[in-house]
Design a protein around this ligand. Structure first.
Ligand code: NOJ
Length: 543
């Protein structure tokens, strides 16, 4: 069978920017588009191919931009449309495409559509949102908002409730309405015409919901809606599209990322990210990290999607703890473990995503409650305090899972506020910026930054990283994460120690004398033994 042509995004590495925390060019304490433009040379040096930009659209910022009040304008805190055009053009000059973050499950309650919709049941925009009749005080059903409390809000003018799966300021859009869908497609096409490189689709698994039966994720209309959207928009250009789908299973991922291009390029699935929480409970209800299960989840996804779909590869983002704090050791072995995690994830098949600061080994924070900003975390704190939880226990959950761990300002240098702003940052900096910062990383040849740079370059050089079949090794091992990637010509071993003691195993003989492509200790050898958090990629020719 003739091999399908590799798409640009299958060889790409994507860097996620959380704009409000990236770089502030105008000293208002909030990162902005001109700030990103100034830092493009840094990203070019890292070698990334595209930027996923968390939302910069006009927004009241109730959920830091995931509440959009105008999809076709830029929020003034970030700049304006001219800045956006400049970013797209400057990115293009450096081979960096810009991926916009579309929030299509809900808008802001300050979007003109909603302002109209809530005026009356007869308003032409009323049906752009999800309403249910009811009596004030008696909710239509038991649906809960992801940010605490009921998912329904009463509007007296209409005598109805509207659905909000997130904050009360994020009403759910009604995808059942063809007029809404057409308005969304027109908007997406307007961005495609502006030259963007693709889209990340926020909680896209929620748009096909069956509200009355409380089926929110993976609802009956989900894939028909995505296929319709894709054919009206994404398929017009050579874009990358990635859907956020917390509920995805490999069987669903075949649909989402079908190589025929009928839906999206790939999805973010989170099975590997939620293993250290108690089953059926919230993310705040912590459980020990099951390492062997973690490996098996990767094996499942790597093998299931081989030639049938495409994986996205990530260990953190703006909603998740810092990778090195979550899965590594952010103290004594911070540098070694950050590089080890990068090796483990970049050796797999899929498109790797780097979240801003991950390439520096930025870590979680432990703030006082007044220093946090995230709506999700603050609502949870309040709710659990009211329910009588121990404050210490709540804080432990926040230190480990709070979204602000990932949202502290990017650490550029050791000057005040990590060189992020000349004003007062919207959220406190991680105090470790005097040690962990980009300026240090750029001069230090052994830095995590330079390690990522090398991994990104390897992805461009080594075909086996793109097309090799994934096979786990030492599956039940409690310390070692090992796997191979194999294509017709070559075989690659990814061999990582997740622990802080030296481990020795017997590797199959074929690896003796293999070429070490990259490793996080200067003299790594494929002899079976791994020092604390040691990692390597080893290549042999086949046949
Ligand atoms: C997922 C986004 O990543 C998160 O930051 C946001 O709060 C929710 N979707 C709601 O839009």
């Amino acid at each position: 069978m003739e091999k399908e042509q590799t798409k640009w995004w299958q060889k790409a590495v994507i860097y996620q920017i959380y704009p409000r925390s990236f770089y502030d060019s105008n000293a208002d304490g909030i990162g902005d588009l001109q700030g990103i433009i100034r830092k493009l040379p840094y990203l070019q040096e890292l070698g990334i191919d595209a930027i996923w930009l968390s939302p910069v659209f006009r927004s009241p910022q109730d959920d830091n931009g995931y509440d959009i009040s105008d999809y076709q304008d830029i929020d003034p805190i970030f700049g304006n449309l001219a800045d956006m055009d400049e970013l797209i053009a400057e990115g293009k000059k450096r081979g960096i495409r810009i991926i916009m973050d579309l929030v299509l499950n809900h808008s802001s309650d300050e979007h003109p559509w909603f302002l109209e919709a809530k005026k009356s049941r007869e308003n032409p925009y009323h049906d752009f949102y999800v309403w249910r009749d009811g009596v004030e005080g008696e909710y239509p059903n038991d649906l809960k908002s992801a940010f605490c409390g009921p998912a329904w809000e009463w509007v007296p003018e209409c005598g109805q409730y509207y659905l909000h799966q997130f904050s009360v300021k994020q009403p759910d859009l009604n995808w059942e309405n063809p007029k809404l869908r057409q308005a969304v497609y027109d908007m997406i096409n307007w961005w495609i015409d502006r030259g963007v490189g693709g889209f990340r689709l926020d909680v896209i698994d929620l748009i096909g919901k069956d509200t009355d039966n409380c089926v929110m994720a993976e609802g009956p209309m989900l894939h028909p809606f995505i296929r319709e959207m894709s054919s009206h928009t994404f398929q017009r250009a050579d874009l990358v599209t990635v859907g956020e789908a917390w509920s995805a299973t490999p069987e669903r991922a075949f649909l989402y990322s079908n190589p025929d291009g009928s839906e999206l390029s790939m999805v973010f699935q989170f099975e590997h990210m939620v293993l250290d929480q108690q089953p059926g409970k919230e993310k705040w209800d912590l459980a020990p990290f099951p390492f062997v299960k973690f490996k098996k989840v990767f094996t499942k996804w790597q093998q299931a999607l081989y030639q049938k779909g495409w994986n996205s590869l990530f260990l953190d983002n703006h909603d998740l703890p810092r990778a090195v704090s979550h899965f590594g050791n952010d103290e004594k072995y911070r540098v070694e473990s950050a590089k080890m995690l990068a090796t483990m994830i970049h050796g797999m098949q899929g498109t790797p995503y780097i979240y801003q600061g991950e390439e520096l080994g930025m870590t979680n924070v432990r703030f006082d409650i007044e220093e946090y900003r995230d709506i999700e975390l603050l609502n949870m704190y309040k709710e659990r305090m009211e329910k009588g939880y121990e404050e210490q226990e709540i804080m432990r959950s926040i230190y480990s899972k709070g979204r602000d761990n990932a949202r502290t300002p990017m650490q550029w240098d050791e000057s005040a506020n990590a060189g992020f702003t000349e004003g007062t940052p919207w959220i406190r900096c991680n105090p470790n910026y005097t040690l962990i910062n980009a300026q240090e990383a750029l001069v230090n040849q052994d830095s995590i930054f330079h390690y990522y740079q090398k991994l990104i370059a390897l992805r461009k050089q080594e075909a086996v990283l793109i097309d090799g079949w994934y096979e786990p090794l030492m599956e039940e091992d409690e310390n070692i994460f090992a796997y191979t990637r194999t294509n017709e010509l070559e075989k690659l071993l990814v061999y990582c120690n997740f622990g802080d003691t030296t481990q020795t195993r017997t590797l199959p003989e074929e690896w003796n004398g293999g070429e070490v492509l990259i490793s996080n200790y200067p003299d790594s050898k494929p002899d079976g033994s791994l020092r604390p958090y040691e990692a390597m990629m080893v290549k042999i020719k086949r046949g």
